[in-house]
Design a protein around this ligand. Structure first.
Ligand code: B12
Ligand code: SF4
Length: 264
């Protein structure tokens, strides 16, 4: 990727190998936004009994990757956050097992992050869920369904698709659905969110993530270049995350500072 000091850096989603986390914030309480009553789903088997109205899920490319986009959506759910949870899998798990784990939460809404690496197995997961629980509302989002969606089998099976950056739009659609209203259209374009209105999601990386997975960090969105093969060339304009807020989340003075920053 071309980089220049004078221009904004394209897609500066980086990876921190370790990061402080809010579960150790001052005050003693555990302010982690995945409620304690909804323990993180295991990646396989051993189903917890706890329920969630909204489950945000995706199949990562490998266990070591973490779903950064879903964490943005969860962080910005507002009051609905207390009835939501995150469930991450990877593409090596069997779609039927994934569907079983998701169904065990008895959700009203499941949001799937759809990417090029998971669209095939995610289609199978959605089909399995719709076969047994057609009443569960399936909302799709992510780059693989944001630009070309008409021909995609997964889109036909789902109830709604939110295209683009859904940090705030997902919450809005969930609020609508849970209050009994229906969005007017199946495909719902998300307006570009204003970073100053977004809650940053870094508190949602937990101990396990920090110890065992790649922690993604985002300094800006969009790209100033227009390489034809690349989806990010459609993400215009480039927007920077307000630096003070980002730095505060990555290393507030009362949190232990970590090293080993690895930027992709
Ligand atoms: C991290 C990453 C990976 C990781 C995987 C991460 C994981 N979780 O498993 C790795 C390194 C493995 C990877 C590999 C590849 N990647 Co990649 N990757 C990225 C990258 C750099 C960052 C993703 C990210 O965190 N973005 C930041 C978050 C905030 O944005 P987001 O994830 O898009 O989420 C937002 C929206 O999509 C939406 N959203 C997301 N989930 C959901 C869910 C719901 C319910 C809703 C409503 C909305 C929604 O809202 C979010 C908030 O705004 C992006 C580029 C980029 N800057 O996005 C490319 C990108 C996703 N990768 C891309 C590509 C092409 C690939 C490869 C095919 C490259 C290659 N040729 O090998 C491989 C495929 C790997 C495989 N096994 O097949 C493409 C697009 C693919 C696509 N159509 O999905 C991207 C967009 C790069 C590009 N500009 O072209 N990648
Ligand atoms: S358009 Fe894509 S490949 Fe080209 S500089 Fe931007 S992010 Fe990199």
């Amino acid at each position: 990727m071309p980089h220049s000091d004078a221009k904004p850096q394209p897609n500066s989603v980086g990876a921190l190998s370790t990061l402080p986390r809010r579960s150790q914030a001052k005050g003693g309480a555990s302010p982690t936004l995945i409620p304690d009553s909804l323990p993180r789903l295991p990646v396989a088997g051993n189903l917890p009994a706890t329920m969630a109205d909204i489950v945000l899920t995706t199949l990562n490319a490998k266990y070591i990757h973490s779903a950064f986009g879903l964490r943005y959506l969860l962080a910005n759910l507002g009051p609905l956050q207390s009835s939501a949870c995150l469930a991450e899998f990877d593409i090596n798990q069997r779609p039927i097992d994934i569907a079983e784990v998701l169904l065990a939460r008895n959700p009203k809404i499941i949001g799937f992050g759809v990417y090029i690496w998971n669209v095939a197995p995610t289609t199978e997961v959605v089909a399995a869920i719709k076969r047994v629980r057609p009443d569960i509302t399936i909302i799709l989002g992510g780059p693989e369904v944001s630009y070309e969606f008409e021909q995609q089998s997964i889109v036909h099976q789902a109830d709604y698709v939110i295209t683009g950056e859904a940090d705030l739009k997902f919450a809005e659609v969930c609020r609508q659905l849970l209050s009994g209203e229906k969005p007017y259209t199946k495909v719902i374009p998300a307006e570009l969110p204003d970073f100053s209105l977004l809650t940053l999601p870094y508190d949602l990386y937990d101990d396990q993530d920090v110890a065992h997975r790649i922690i993604y960090v985002e300094a800006s969105r969009g790209c100033p270049f227009t390489c034809e093969f690349c989806l990010s060339s459609l993400d215009i304009p480039v927007r920077a995350v307000p630096l003070p807020r980002l730095l505060e989340q990555l290393g507030a003075p009362d949190r232990p500072r970590r090293e080993a920053i690895q930027v992709r």
